[in-house]
Design a protein around this ligand. Structure first.
Ligand code: GLN
Length: 217
């Protein structure tokens, strides 16, 4: 782990890695790609990007990262999972594959592809607890939602109860449990950096340093 400025790793096995890199850069946060155990050991926090959760889980095993990552998460490393990342971090997956592996640090039950299958994408403006400056535009792509959340889980956003939302109305789509943040949607795709900013603040809090005091190595 770094001694000076925190470094956020982005799990770079599959998925929209580049978009998270740009979002972190937009927040003034140092980032690095993580594909190997040694790289994981060097980071202060990790983003698990959107992509395909069963593929990512398989690659975590192939790259010998599943157990070290689980250990870092249990130790309290801050993490942010978007979409497939949320699925990987959840205790239980509905509509998952029978052999699907995960890193169960979030006390939630998620439903994969909950908004519909294959082509289904959906957008909505969400009120997001802890994010000021108006609603967050959320892009959902074959997204999961959270069907059940344990008492230690803070619900940060739900799909608005509007007719266009159909069966998604009121569903939980952003949560936090301790140092772990997760969203069903992809803030890295919209250019709005506020959700990444929230995560960067969580990373700073866990390190007890000020954003302005940092310099990237
Ligand atoms: N449906 C994908 C999965 O099950 C997640 C989609 C995404 O990350 N955009 O992993």
């Amino acid at each position: 782990m770094s001694e000076n400025s925190p470094v956020v790793g982005i799990l770079a096995l599959q998925g929209d890695v580049r978009e998270h890199q740009l979002a972190l850069a937009g927040c003034g946060m140092c980032s690095t790609l993580v594909r190997r155990r040694e790289e994981l050991a060097e980071v202060d926090a990790l983003i698990l990007p959107g992509g395909e959760s069963t593929t990512m889980a398989r690659l975590l095993v192939t790259f010998d990262l599943m157990e070290p990552l689980r250990a870092r998460l249990i130790e309290g490393m801050p993490a942010y999972g978007s979409c497939a990342g949320l699925i990987l971090l959840s205790r239980e997956i509905l509509d998952g594959r029978p052999d699907q592996r995960q890193l169960p640090v979030l006390d939630v039950v998620v439903r994969r592809n909950a908004f519909g299958r294959q082509v289904a994408s959906f957008e909505a403006d969400l009120n997001f607890v802890g994010v000021s400056g108006g609603p967050v535009r959320a892009v959902f792509i074959r997204a999961p939602w959270v069907e059940q959340a344990g008492s230690g889980v803070e619900v940060l956003a739900r799909v608005p109860e509007v007719p266009a939302a159909g069966s998604a109305a009121g569903r939980i789509v952003a949560i936090r449990q301790g140092p772990v943040l997760a969203t069903s949607f992809h803030p890295e795709l919209t250019g709005d950096r506020r959700v990444h900013q929230l995560f960067c603040e969580m990373v700073q809090e866990s390190r007890g340093v000020q954003v302005s005091a940092r310099t990237c190595r």
